[in-house]
Design a protein around this ligand. Structure first.
Ligand SMILES: Cc1ncc(COP(=O)(O)O)c(C=O)c1O
Length: 445
C-alpha cells in the first residue's frame, strides 16, 4: 500500500535528498506512526491499495444505495412537514486560493430543523420499520402515505426504538419516533454534552447516560434493547445486524441527489468525513452506482485520534483502534468502522487521510469568516472536516498528483452539521451561530 505523510516534521521532499533514503524514510515513518497520537506527523495520507478497490459494489449494496432507493427516500421526505432541500454554496475565493476549479458545499446544517445530515437517516429508518411492522400486522404492503391512519398509528404506538448516539443520530431517531407516534430511548455516553442530550429529549425521548465512550453506549443500547424487545436503530452495523443501519445509510442518499441536481456538472473529487463510515459510504456508494467509471475521486477524512477507517485500510480488514483522548470532532469519535460501510468504502474510497483538532477548529472559523466573495457558513466541529482535509493537502504536490487534483477539479464537500452544540460553537468561533447565519442569508440574497 502506498503511504504518504504530509505537512509534518520530515517532509518527503526533505527525505529524498538524504542518502540511504529508503532506510531513513522507513525509520521516519516508524517514528511518526509511533508518536502520531502526540501530534507528530499530524496528517496521515494513504491511497487505497486493497484488492477490492474499484470493484463494483455487491449487488445488495448497489440496490441499497441505487437510484430507485433515492426515489423512495425522496418520496418519504415529501411526507415530512419540515422538509426543504438544503442549500449548495459555491466558494470561488477558496477554490482560487487552493488551486482547484470549484468548491461546492452542500450545507446540511439546515436539514429538517435538526442541524445535521443525520436527520435524513435515523428518522427514515424509524419510518421504514413502522411500515414494515404495519405490513406484518395487516398482511399487506403499507405505504408511507398511510402513516397517519389510525391502524398504523396504533401499531407504531406499541413500538419502542432505541439507539446510542454522539448526539445527531439520536436526535434523528427521536424525531422520527415522535413523527410516527412511537417511543424512543436514546443512550448517550459520557462525552455527550448536556446541550446535545437536551436537544434529543425535546422530541420526547427518554435519555439514558452510559459510562464510557461511543462504542460502550452502542454495546449498552444493543444489550438493553435485546432484553426489553426494543428495536435498535443503530447507525453502525456489525455481523448479523445490517438491515437497519443499511436503511439509515439509504436515507442519506437524498443529499447527494439534491447536490447533483444543483451542480452544473458532477464533481470530480469528494472529500468525506467519517465516523463509523456510514455517511461517506452512502455518498460515495450512491455516486459510484450512478456515475460508474466517471465517479469522482473519493478521499475519506478522519480525526487523527479516531481514524478507524484509515487504520482498517492499512490493516486490510476492519479493525478497532485504541481509544485515546477525546477529539473536538465529537461526532467522528468512533473506534471501529461499520461493517456495511467498510464493505462499500473498501471498494469506492480512493484515499484515506487524517486531520487534527486544530484543523477542524480552523475550518469552523474560516467558514464563519470566509474570504471575500464567499458565503459565510455555520459549521459545527465535525461539519467542515471534509473541506479541512482538502485544505490540508492542497499545498502538497505529491498528494495533488496522486489524487489528480488540479485547477480544473470540481470538488464537492458536505457541511454535515451546523452549530448542533451552540455553546461549543461560540467557544471555538467566538461568534453567535445566529449572527453567522444572518450573514449567510444576507450574502445569498
Ligand atoms: C455531523 C456529523 N458528521 C459526520 C458524521 C459521520 O458519520 P458516520 O458515523 O456515518 O461516518 C456524523 C456522525 O454522527 C455526524 O454527526
Amino acid at each position: 500500500m502506498e503511504q504518504r505523510y504530509v505537512a509534518s516534521l520530515w517532509h518527503p521532499q526533505t527525505i529524498q535528498t538524504c542518502t540511504k533514503r529508503g532506510l531513513l524514510e522507513r525509520f521516519c515513518r516508524l517514528l511518526r506512526n509511533k508518536f502520531a497520537h502526540l501530534g507528530w506527523g499530524r496528517h496521515l495520507f494513504i491511497l487505497n491499495a486493497l484488492a477490492e478497490h474499484r470493484q463494483p459494489l455487491l449487488p445488495a449494496d448497489a440496490t441499497l444505495l441505487g437510484a430507485a432507493a433515492a426515489d423512495d427516500v425522496a418520496r418519504f421526505l415529501r411526507h415530512r412537514p419540515n422538509h426543504v432541500p438544503t442549500p449548495l454554496h459555491l466558494l470561488p475565493a477558496l477554490a482560487a486560493e487552493l488551486g482547484v476549479g470549484s468548491i461546492a458545499v452542500k450545507d446540511e446544517g439546515h436539514r429538517l430543523g435538526l442541524g445535521s445530515f443525520k436527520a435524513l437517516g435515523g428518522s427514515y429508518a424509524v419510518i421504514c420499520l413502522v411500515l414494515e411492522a404495519a405490513a406484518r400486522h395487516l398482511g399487506r404492503r403499507v405505504d408511507v402515505g398511510e402513516l397517519h391512519d389510525p391502524a398504523v398509528r396504533s401499531i407504531a404506538s406499541r413500538i419502542t426504538v432505541a439507539c446510542a448516539t454522539d448526539g445527531n443520530h439520536g436526535r434523528s431517531v427521536a424525531q422520527g419516533a415522535q413523527f410516527v407516534g412511537a417511543q424512543s430511548v436514546i443512550f448517550v455516553h459520557e462525552g455527550v454534552s448536556e446541550e446535545r442530550a437536551a436537544a434529543i429529549a425535546r422530541f420526547g425521548a427518554r435519555i439514558i447516560r452510559v459510562d464510557g465512550n461511543y462504542d460502550d453506549s452502542v454495546a449498552e443500547a444493543a444489550r438493553v434493547a435485546a432484553d426489553t424487545g426494543w428495536l435498535t436503530v443503530s447507525d453502525t452495523s456489525w455481523p448479523g445486524y445490517e438491515h437497519i443501519p443499511g436503511l439509515v445509510m439509504q436515507g442519506y442518499v437524498a443529499l447527494v441527489r439534491e447536490a447533483l441536481r444543483d451542480l452544473p456538472e458532477p464533481p470530480t473529487h469528494v472529500f468525506l468525513q467519517a465516523g463509523v463510515g456510514g455517511f461517506a459510504a452512502a455518498v460515495a456508494g450512491h455516486l459510484a452506482v450512478l456515475l460508474g467509471d466517471n465517479r469522482p475521486t473519493v478521499t475519506i477524512v478522519e480525526p487523527l485520534r479516531a481514524a478507524c477507517v484509515l487504520q482498517s485500510a492499512r490493516a486490510r480488514q476492519p479493525v478497532r483502534v485504541k481509544a485515546g483522548p477525546p477529539t473536538v470532532m465529537a461526532m467522528l469519535e468512533c473506534y471501529e468502522p461499520s461493517l456495511v460501510a467498510w464493505r462499500i468504502l473498501s471498494r469506492v474510497a480512493d484515499a484515506f487521510m487524517t486531520i487534527d483538532d486544530a484543523d477542524a477548529i480552523a475550518m469552523m472559523n474560516r467558514l464563519a469568516r470566509p474570504s471575500a466573495g464567499d458565503p459565510a457558513i455555520v459549521s459545527g466541529e465535525s461539519g467542515g472536516v471534509g473541506l479541512a482535509g482538502l485544505v490540508s493537502i492542497a499545498g502538497d504536490a505529491s498528494v495533488r498528483d496522486a489524487l489528480r487534483l488540479d485547477g480544473r477539479s470540481r470538488v464537492l464537500v458536505v457541511n454535515t452539521e451546523g452549530a448542533t452544540d451552540p455553546v461549543q460553537y461560540r467557544h471555538f468561533v467566538g461568534l453567535d451561530p445566529a449572527a453567522v447565519a444572518g450573514q449567510e442569508m444576507t450574502r445569498s440574497n
